[in-house]
Design a protein around this ligand. Structure first.
Ligand code: PLP
Length: 420
């Protein structure tokens, strides 16, 4: 499509957008009576309007039923995680048995590492992207130390070539091959939080398996953003949070994927808790842990009803819209923002890959001079991107609630800024 930098053209794209109606299902931040142009869905997604009733329902059941809410509530708490499984599985391209919603992201990453990182003297290395989100760095480092290995030897961080901002897939695959005899696990993001680069999870998984290693992904910036096919890509495990693109509120719950082939593997060690125990005999309170089949067998604790009520309401929107439709719009919306930003090439550059298959919705921008000043100007003009030290502005137009016309308006504000 040939884009135009005019309001009429942007409005035309909004009119043709079959998903445009979803915007009205969200609370858009309102500053002095003006709707903000919100570009922080990569950090904290906006609140779906359905969330309040979903939470109120559980508050009422608690108020009216007390402990009996576990069985007599409208959505009995006893079975609560079941209500989310099918929907979450759809969002990440998995079978329901492969998915469970529980805990928080970093906790789940550790639980997965307990099961899947089983280093030996000869196979102990972890390949991860350099400059990964700090929590992932700390998690990997502490896992390595926990097993008595030296992080400097065990963790192989991959960095872009000199003069480049993002990793080449060929270099990732070559590194996996290079370390194949010592490699225990490849643990990467689905989308890098800083550059917005989407990794080729299918190719990386294939290469990891060929090397005799496990492939795990942190989908914090990928779930609800990319059209993911975890089952078909043969990924071993994945974890993600619900509060970024999945719009499920600050500190929201998290998701876990464990591939079906591990569903009933008795040799996988795990840290167990009563909620992972076979549901049929859980309340016999007997000695001897018998795990639930699949990802559900990794649960520790009884369901966190309130964050899950939010997440359940939000997941329904994703199921209704369809990840494939969302992704199609997302590619166009981000391409349009990229086009708008390209008008200001002399002042800024985009470090996110150009090819849509190598990115999600986010564009990461480096401003040639004084990026923080531009960031502040955008905020003063009712545009909410986010700022990452030392010099990156991230803009993440989200297909559920952002509009093409907003991208045009961003261009107008930038024009005012740079002409001064
Ligand atoms: C957002 C994010 C986190 C945050 O972890 P929490 O446990 O949810 O606080 C961790 N890793 C990555 C890659 C992230 O993007």
């Amino acid at each position: 499509m040939i884009f135009q930098n005019t309001r009429a053209f942007a409005q035309e794209l909004d009119q043709q957008d079959t998903l445009s109606g979803f915007r009205s299902q969200f609370h858009i931040p309102n500053i002095d009576g003006k709707k903000q142009i919100y570009l922080c869905g990569n950090s904290l997604g906006l609140q779906p309007k359905t969330v309040k009733n979903a939470v109120n329902q559980e508050l009422e059941d608690w108020a009216n039923l007390g402990v009996e809410g576990h069985f007599k509530g409208k959505n009995p708490w006893m079975y609560y995680h079941h209500f989310l499984t099918e929907k979450a599985a759809q969002v990440v391209g998995a079978k329901p048995v492969e998915v469970v919603i529980m805990n928080n992201l970093t906790a789940n990453l550790h639980l997965m590492m307990v099961s899947f990182y089983r280093p030996t003297k000869s196979r102990f290395k972890i390949i991860m992207e350099g400059s990964a989100f700090p929590s992932d760095q700390y998690a990997m480092e502490s896992q390595v130390k926990f097993h008595g290995f030296d992080p400097n030897e065990a963790i192989v961080e991959l960095f872009p070539r000199a003069g480049e901002h993002t990793l080449r897939t060929e270099d990732i695959l070559a590194a996996i091959d290079l370390h194949k005899n010592e490699l225990a696990i490849v643990m990467m993001g689905g989308v890098n939080y800083l550059t917005g680069q989407a990794f080729d999870m299918k190719a990386i998984t294939e290469a990891a398996h060929l090397a005799g290693a496990i492939a795990g992904f942190d989908l914090a910036h990928a779930a609800g953003n990319l059209h993911i096919q975890l089952h078909n890509w043969d990924v071993d495990f994945a974890v993600w949070c619900s509060y970024k693109y999945l719009n499920s509120g600050p500190g929201g719950t998290s998701g876990v994927f464990v591939h079906e082939r591990h569903a009933n593997n008795p040799n996988l060690p795990r840290f167990a808790g009563w909620w992972g125990h076979d549901e049929k005999s859980r309340f016999l309170m007997k000695k001897g842990f018998i795990p639930m089949e699949g990802a559900a067998g990794w649960q520790l604790s009884n369901a966190q009803i309130f964050p899950m009520a939010i997440h359940n309401a939000s997941l329904s929107i994703f199921v209704e819209a369809g990840m494939e439709n969302l992704r199609n719009k997302s590619e166009l919306l981000t391409a349009y923002l990229e086009f708008i930003l390209s008008q200001f090439q002399e002042h800024l550059s985009i470090i996110t890959p150009k090819n849509p298959i190598d990115r999600g919705c986010q564009l990461s921008i480096i401003v040639k001079e004084n990026g923080k000043k531009l960031f502040d100007y955008l905020e003063q003009n009712n545009i909410m991107p986010d700022w990452r030290e030392p010099n990156v502005i991230r803009m993440s137009p989200v297909p559920l609630y952002n509009q093409f016309e907003e991208m045009y308006q961003i261009g107008q504000v930038l024009e005012n800024y740079f002409k001064n």
